[in-house]
Ligand binder design. Structure first.
Ligand code: AGP
Length: 608
C-alpha cells in the first residue's frame, strides 16, 4: 500500500528518498512523487506508474536538497493520476504533505476550507492537510503549532510527513494507526512507513506511537504525544533486519524465491523452539505470560487473507493437541461483532506484516477487556508485534511478493508449536510431531524438487477461467488458501470448498471447462474425498489431485496427480502449501502476469 520516505541531513535527500521509494515498490502502488525544499523554495515531482519514471523525471533536473519527502500511492480516494499523486500541497505551493491512511472527515474539512477561500485540485482526502496547516499557520505563531492544530481537526488513520519552504531545516511527522519510523544516522534522520525503505542507511530506528508528532532536524528529534501531552527525546532501537534476504539473487521474481525458501523457513521457525531430543517446546516470546496461559479456556484468532487461513489451520491444531476451544474470525468482521468475552479468553492476532489495519483494529477493540493479547507476526518491531502482550515471531525474513507464501508456512509451523506448547505434553502426538517438524524441511525440499512436474500441469490448465479447490479437515483451509493464491496472481476465478459441501451446491458448476484441484492426501477421510472426486468426474469435470507418494489409486480416476511426501496430518499443510503456491505461480507466469505485483493489490493493507 502507500509508502512514505523522508530525509533531513547532509546527504542528497533526493537520492536517499528515490532509493527508499524503490525499496518500497514491493508493497504495490500506482503512482509516486517527491517534494523537496532548498534555498530556491520548494519543488514537486510526480509520476503515474513505476518509481523508475519518477527517477528519470527527477534526474533530468538534478535538484539538490537536504530536506525531501517522497511517497508511493495506492489509490483510495480518486483515480491513479498526476493530480492525485502525493505530495499534495497548499494553494501557494509552500507546504508539502505525504500521507498514508484515510482522513474520514475530509469532505467536511474541504467544505470548511473552501468557505475560507481555499481551492482544491485533487480528489484526494490528503489535500485538506497542507491547506489546513496553511490555514492555521496564518493564525498561530509557528508551523509546529499549525501542524498540531491541523492534526487536531482530522479524524481517521494517518502517517504524515510534512515540509515547508518557511522551515528548510525541519521535517515534521505524525502517526495515528498507521506505521512510521524515524531512522537515526550521523547528523541526519530518515523517515519511513516501512523500515525496508531506509535499511540501506541505518538500522537504528525510533518507532512513533499513536498521536505522536515528531519535529525532526539533522541533529535532533523531539516527540510530542498529543493524547498524553508528553514530550520525549526517544531512544533508538536496533532493528533486526537482514538486507541480504530482501534481495532477489538468481530468482526471476520474489514469489518464486520465497516459495523456494520453504525448507529454510520451517527450519528458522522451529530453531531453538522445537527441541525433539529433549521432548520440549520452548517459546521465549510467551514466557512472560506463562501464568496467564494456564487459565486460558478459549482462544479467538483474528487475521485477514492468507493469515486467516493459517488461523483456520491453527484452530484444528490447537483444538486437537491442547483441547482448548478456538474460534477464528476475519479481523474485518470481528471489529463489528458484539460477542461475549470472558477474562479466560485470549485473542491471538496473526499477521505477516504486523501492520494490517483490520487486525490492528481487532486488537484495539479488546484493549479494555482485560484479555490476553497474543501475536504471531513476521515483521519484527511492527505495530502488532508491539501492541500485543506476548507472541511468537515467524522468523521467515522479509517477504516481498504481494502473495504470501513462506510467511504462511512459518505461521502454520508456529501455530503447531503453540498448540504443542498449550498441550503441556498431554497429547500422544507431542513427541511424534516434534520429530516430524525436524524431518519436515527435507520433505519440503522434495516438493520443491518436483516443481518441474507442477509447472507442466499448471501450464496445461493455464487457460481455464474457473477453478475449484476441495479438501477435508486440514486440507479444507488449504483448499481456500490454494484458491486465494490462484486468484491473486493469475486472476482466475477460484473457490475453495470443503469437499463434503460439493453436493450442497458447488457441484452444479462442474462441467468439462471447470477443473477441480482436489487435495486427496492419505488419511482416514481419503475414501470420502475419492467419492467427491468420482462425483466430479461423473459430470465431466477435469480433476488434478494432490496425493501421497506411493498411493497410485488416484491415477486411474484423476486427470493429473501431484505427489507429496508422506507426513503427519498436522504437518501436511506446510507441504500442500508449497504445491498450491507453485501451481498458482506457474499458471500466472504462463499467462504472462507480474506475479510480484498483482493488479489492484498491496502487500500490507494499512487502511480498512
Ligand atoms: C496473501 O497472499 C495476501 N496478499 C493477503 O491476503 C494477506 O495475507 C492479508 O492481507 C493479511 O496480511 P498480513 O498477514 O500482513 O496481516
Amino acid at each position: 500500500m502507500c509508502g512514505i520516505v523522508g530525509y533531513i541531513g547532509q546527504k542528497s535527500g533526493v537520492d536517499v528518498v528515490l532509493g527508499g521509494l524503490e525499496a518500497l515498490e514491493y508493497r504495490g502502488y500506482d503512482s509516486a512523487g517527491l517534494a523537496l525544499v532548498n534555498d530556491d523554495g520548494g519543488q514537486v515531482f510526480k509520476q503515474v506508474g513505476r518509481v523508475n519514471g519518477l527517477v528519470d523525471a527527477v534526474n533530468t533536473e538534478h535538484p539538490a536538497s537536504n530536506l525531501v519527502i517522497g511517497h508511493t500511492r495506492w489509490a483510495t480516494h480518486g483515480t491513479p493520476s498526476l493530480v492525485n499523486a502525493h505530495p499534495q500541497s497548499n494553494n501557494q505551493q509552500t507546504i508539502f504533505v505525504v500521507h498514508n491512511g484515510i482522513i474520514e472527515n475530509f469532505a467536511e474539512l474541504r467544505e470548511r476550507l473552501q468557505a475560507a477561500g481555499y481551492n482544491f485540485t485533487s480528489q484526494t482526502d490528503t489535500e485538506v492537510i497542507p491547506n489546513l496547516i496553511d490555514y492555521y499557520a496564518k493564525q498561530l505563531p509557528s508551523f509546529e503549532a499549525a501542524f498540531k492544530a491541523a492534526l487536531g481537526d482530522v479524524h481517521g488513520a494517518y502517517a504524515i510527513a510534512a515540509i515547508s519552504t518557511d522551515e528548510p531545516d525541519t521535517l515534521y511527522a505524525a502517526r495515528l494507526s498507521s506505521p512510521l519510523v524515524i531512522g537515526v544516522g550521523e547528523q541526519e534522520h530518515y523517515l519511513a512507513s516501512d523500515p525496508a525503505a531506509i535499511m540501506a542507511h541505518t538500522k537504528r530506528v525510533i518507532y512513533l506511537e499513536d498521536y505522536d508528532v515528531a519535529v525532526i532536524s539533522g541533529n535532533d528529534v523531539d516527540v510530542h504525544n498529543l493524547k498524553h501531552n508528553r514530550h520525549a527525546k526517544p531512544k533508538a532501537e536496533l532493528l533486526d533486519y537482514d538486507n541480504e534476504q530482501a534481495l532477489l539473487g538468481d530468482f526471476p521474481n520474489f514469489m518464486l524465491k520465497e516459495i523456494f525458501e520453504a525448507p529454510a523457513t520451517i527450519r528458522s521457525a522451529t530453531l531453538g523452539r522445537a527441541l525433539a531430543d529433549r521432548s520440549l517446546v520452548k517459546l521465549g516470546g510467551l514466557e512472560n505470560v506463562l501464568g496467564q496461559l494456564k487459565y486460558i479456556d478459549r482462544i479467538v484468532i483474528v487475521a485477514c487473507g492468507t493469515s486467516y487461513y493459517a488461523g483456520l489451520l491453527g484452530e484444528y491444531l490447537i483444538e486437537e493437541l491442547s483441547g482448548i476451544p478456538v474460534e477464528v474470525h476475519m479481523a474485518s468482521e470481528f471489529k463489528y461483532r458484539d460477542e461475549p468475552f470472558s477474562r479466560g479468553t485470549a485473542l491471538l492476532a496473526i499477521s505477516q506484516s504486523g501492520e494490517t489495519a483490520d487486525t490492528i483494529a481487532a486488537l484495539k477493540k479488546v484493549e479494555d477487556y482485560g484479555v490476553l493479547r497474543l501475536g504471531i507476526v513476521n515483521a519484527v518491531g511492527s505495530t502488532i508485534a508491539r501492541m500485543t502482550d506476548a507472541g511468537v515471531y515467524c522468523h521467515a525474513g522479509p517477504e516481498r511478493a504481494v502473495a504470501s507464501s513462506k510467511a504462511f508456512i512459518a505461521q502454520t509451523t508456529v501455530l503447531a508449536l503453540i498448540a504443542l506448547h498449550l498441550s503441556n505434553g498431554n497429547t500422544k502426538l507431542f513427541k511424534p510431531l516434534l520429530d516430524e517438524l525436524d524431518a519436515l524441511p527435507a520433505k519440503a525440499q522434495a516438493v520443491l524438487d518436483n516443481a518441474g512436474r507442477i509447472k507442466a500441469i499448471a501450464e496445461k490448465y493455464a487457460r481455464h477461467r474457473d477453478f475449484l479447490f476441495i479438501g477435508r479437515q486440514y486440507a479444507y483451509p488449504m483448499a481456500m488458501e490454494g484458491a486465494l493464491k490462484l486468484k491473486e496472481v493469475s486472476y482466475i476465478h477460484a473457490e475453495g470448498y470443503a469437499a463434503g459441501e460439493m453436493k450442497h451446491g458447488p457441484l452444479a458448476m462442474i462441467d468439462k471447462d471447470f477443473p477441480t484441484f482436489a487435495i486427496a492426501i492419505d488419511s482416514p477421510l481419503l475414501e470420502k474425498t475419492i467419492s467427491n472426486i468420482q462425483e466430479i468426474k461423473a459430470r465431466g469435470g477435469p480433476v488434478i489431485a494432490l496425493a501421497t507418494q506411493g498411493n497410485k489409486s488416484l491415477e486411474q480416476l484423476c486427470d493429473d496427480v501431484i505427489y507429496l511426501p508422506h507426513t503427519m496430518h498436522e504437518t501436511q499443510p506446510m507441504l500442500q502449501a508449497i504445491a498450491v503456491q507453485l501451481f498458482a505461480y506457474y499458471i500466472a507466469t504462463a499467462r504472462g502476469f507480474d506475479v510480484d505485483h498483482p493488479r489492484n493489490l498491496a502487500k500490507s493493507v494499512t487502511v480498512e
